[in-house]
Write a protein that binds this ligand. Structure first.
Ligand code: GLT
Ligand code: MN
Ligand code: MN
Length: 404
């Protein structure tokens, strides 16, 4: 049997192999995930950050990101810190890897069991500021230009425990203060806030991309602050991730992105990118690639608990390869003359109305308002129209399947 040319090309070519210019990054915590879950202990040995840098570079990644304590243990002495950082810098240099993003671990140590910036205990809130300033110094020393804030335990188990309005003010105080800290030190750094609806707390403040975007405009330096949305976290709320990312892009606020996958609204699964919601990840990659987003394509995911060391690298390679496959599928979909034709037909319409709406985009005028109020519309005809979305969607599906 002779296979269609696209199929033979896909199964034999190396066009999906990741390259540095694809800007793929992984958190040190992702490949080093030891598989511990609430019901079972670790299944994989500790992974040295230097080895992660080497392996990820060999696989075609561009860089790595880390929490302070992924690199420097919580209780390391200053001398230990310096040795670890210098070994790590050497590894970055030896394997041609960068650190575009860094973040703070404000959730693992028992001190943070009630949160960090929003904890009720003032000593915890002050300690969180100290830990973050030190972690910012470390990130900047290693080249980070984006600093992520994931709320971790910023939330409640009992609603009785905190005033939710005061919690928002505390979060604002912290982000405002840390923006000033970055400015004061002359750091070239932008902050990216990462929403999540719950886990490990029953409810987390700033549950979604929309919550974060609204919060950003209440800050002293909104221009310094954007979002770091994660696929799994929006899907946990049953939301459309593509739409959330589009809103961030349109607002100029997509500073970073956490790519992974998730099986619907349940606990955070951080699955291999594109392993579940293939269609929605196709539209996500299409959006990112067509939007001009040029930041890191960062994977915040981990291998199945069943995997050994080799499985971890299969997982990492799979994330990157799937992204490149979806990018090529999206390119072919957009270049498909039948798709283009159909989209042109679907979007065509009454020439007068098209011109009125371009005036609406430019802004309000009394004249335009009157023109719209006096116009006659054939609502019956509009209601009878077919949109051909079945045909269009099937074309997308066939592109994803690789038969167009
Ligand atoms: C943790 C969390 C992620 C965050 C990381 C950054 S840590 O793995 O589940 O979603 O992005 O703090
Ligand atoms: Mn994340
Ligand atoms: Mn997650």
């Amino acid at each position: 049997m002779t296979l269609p040319p696209q199929l033979t090309q896909e199964s034999t070519s190396d066009q999906y192999t990741p390259r540095k210019e694809d800007k793929f990054t992984f958190g040190l915590w992702t490949v080093a995930n030891q598989g511990r879950d609430p019901f079972g202990d670790v299944v994989r040995p500790v992974l040295n950050p230097v080895r992660s840098v080497q392996k990820l570079s060999e696989l075609g990644a561009w860089g790595v990101n880390f929490h302070d304590n992924d690199l420097v243990p919580f209780d390391a002495t200053p001398a230990e810190r310096d040795r670890i950082v210098s070994d790590f810098k050497k590894a970055l240099n030896d394997y041609g890897m960068v650190v575009p993003m860094a973040t703070t671990n404000l959730f693992f140590h028992p001190a943070f069991k009630d949160g960090a910036f929003t904890a009720v205990d003032p000593s915890v809130r002050a300690f969180a500021l100290q830990k973050t300033m030190r972690a910012i110094d470390l990130g900047v020393e290693l080249g980070a230009q984006t600093y992520v804030f994931w709320g971790g335990r910023e939330g409640v188990d009992s609603e009785a425990s905190k005033d939710p309005v005061e919690a928002l003010k505390r979060m604002r105080d912290a982000i405002n203060f840390l923006c000033e800290y970055a400015i004061d030190n002359g750091y070239n750094l932008r902050f990216a806030l990462e929403p999540k609806p719950n886990e490990p707390r029953s409810d987390t403040y700033f549950a979604t991309i929309g919550h974060m975007l609204a919060f950003i405009y209440t800050l002293d330096h909104p221009e310094m602050v954007g979002v770091n949305p994660e696929v799994a976290h929006e899907h946990m709320s049953g939301l459309n991730f593509v739409h959330g990312v589009a809103q961030a892009i349109e607002a100029g606020k997509l500073f970073h992105i956490d790519l992974n996958d998730q099986k619907g609204p349940r606990f955070d699964q951080d699955l291999r990118f594109g392993s579940e919601n293939i269609k929605s990840m196709f539209f996500l990659v299409r959006l990112l690639e067509n939007s001009g987003y040029d930041g890191p394509r960062h994977f915040d995911a981990h291998a199945y608990r069943t995997e050994d060391d080799q499985g971890v690298w299969d997982f990492a390679a799979g994330c990157m390869r799937t992204y490149n496959i979806l990018r090529e599928k999206a390119r072919r979909f957009d270049a498909d003359p039948e798709v283009q034709q159909l989209l042109a037909t679907i979007n065509a319409g009454n020439a007068d109305h098209i011109s009125w709406l371009s005036e609406v985009r430019k802004g309000y005028s009394k004249e335009l308002a009157n023109k719209l109020k006096e116009a006659t519309f054939d609502a019956t005809a509009l209601g009878q129209r077919g949109y051909q979305y079945e045909k269009l969607d099937q074309m997308a599906v066939e592109h994803i399947f690789g038969i167009r």
